[in-house]
Design a protein around this ligand. Structure first.
Ligand SMILES: *[C@@H]1O[C@H](CO)[C@@H](O)[C@H](O)[C@H]1NC(C)=O
Ligand SMILES: *[C@@H]1O[C@H](CO)[C@@H](O)[C@H](O)[C@H]1NC(C)=O
Ligand SMILES: *[C@@H]1O[C@H](CO)[C@@H](O)[C@H](O)[C@H]1NC(C)=O
Ligand SMILES: *[C@@H]1O[C@H](CO)[C@@H](O)[C@H](O)[C@H]1NC(C)=O
Length: 177
């Protein structure tokens, strides 16, 4: 009996792992305080059917390095509008980059770190900080092999704070099917 349940669970997990795939729908980068940061690029670009990428470029007009950054992160899932799903928390991003102790952030960070300058300890800026041509196929591989989320439409909603001042909102919409 226990063996049977185990097999059902194992096959269920296997099916999800093999079959799910991820598609990015939209990305929105909003500056809420342009004196600290703004985005000159925030696009999902489809080069052809198999090659689609995300590029984001953040500019720091104060020409000063930023040493105090926090981020609130929420995962939302669509069900009569987008509702919080599993995660909604705030972290000290500089502390995270030093210790990488938060497994949830570490996981979502792994979706883009290799294609980004957001890969080191603080400070950030004054040079541009970028996510450069992150291939969606790469995210698809990492996301669906490691954490099979149930199928559906999702969004990340991240709010960014410099020295406690809300400077930006970045939202990424994706579908798991
Ligand atoms: C899609 O574009 C990439 C980059 O230009 C290229 O390497 C790849 O061969 C193209 N794939 C198809 C199916 O045309
Ligand atoms: C996350 O939780 C905070 C505090 O409870 C709430 O104000 C915020 O609206 C939530 N974020 C989202 C995107 O639902
Ligand atoms: C961070 O990314 C940049 C740009 O890809 C790269 O030049 C640099 O070596 C990376 N730094 C670390 C600590 O991995
Ligand atoms: C970051 O700045 C905020 C607002 O000034 C302050 O409350 C917080 O303690 C600072 N964080 C660190 C780690 O210094």
């Amino acid at each position: 009996m226990n063996t049977l349940i185990f097999l059902v669970i194992a096959f269920g997990a296997l099916t999800i792992t093999v079959k799910t795939s991820l598609e990015f729908r939209n990305a929105i980068c909003i500056s809420t305080d342009r004196s600290y940061v703004y985005f000159d690029t925030c696009i999902l670009k489809a080069v052809n059917r198999s090659y689609k990428y995300f590029t984001m470029r953040a500019k720091f007009p104060q020409k000063k390095a930023v040493n105090n950054i926090s981020m609130s992160f929420a995962l939302l899932r669509k069900a009569n509008g987008y509702k919080p799903f599993l995660y909604n928390f705030t972290i000290d991003a500089c502390k995270y980059m030093k210790k990488r102790a938060n497994p949830v952030v570490r996981y979502f960070h792994s979706w883009f770190e290799k294609y980004s300058t957001i890969n080191r300890t603080c400070p950030y800026g004054p040079q541009d900080e970028v996510v450069e041509k992150l291939p969606i196929s790469f995210v698809n591989h990492v996301a669906t092999q490691v954490l099979p989320l149930p199928t559906g439409e999702y969004a990340f909603h991240t709010d960014w704070y410099f020295y406690g001042i809300k400077v930006a909102i970045v939202k990424v919409f994706f579908q798991i099917y």
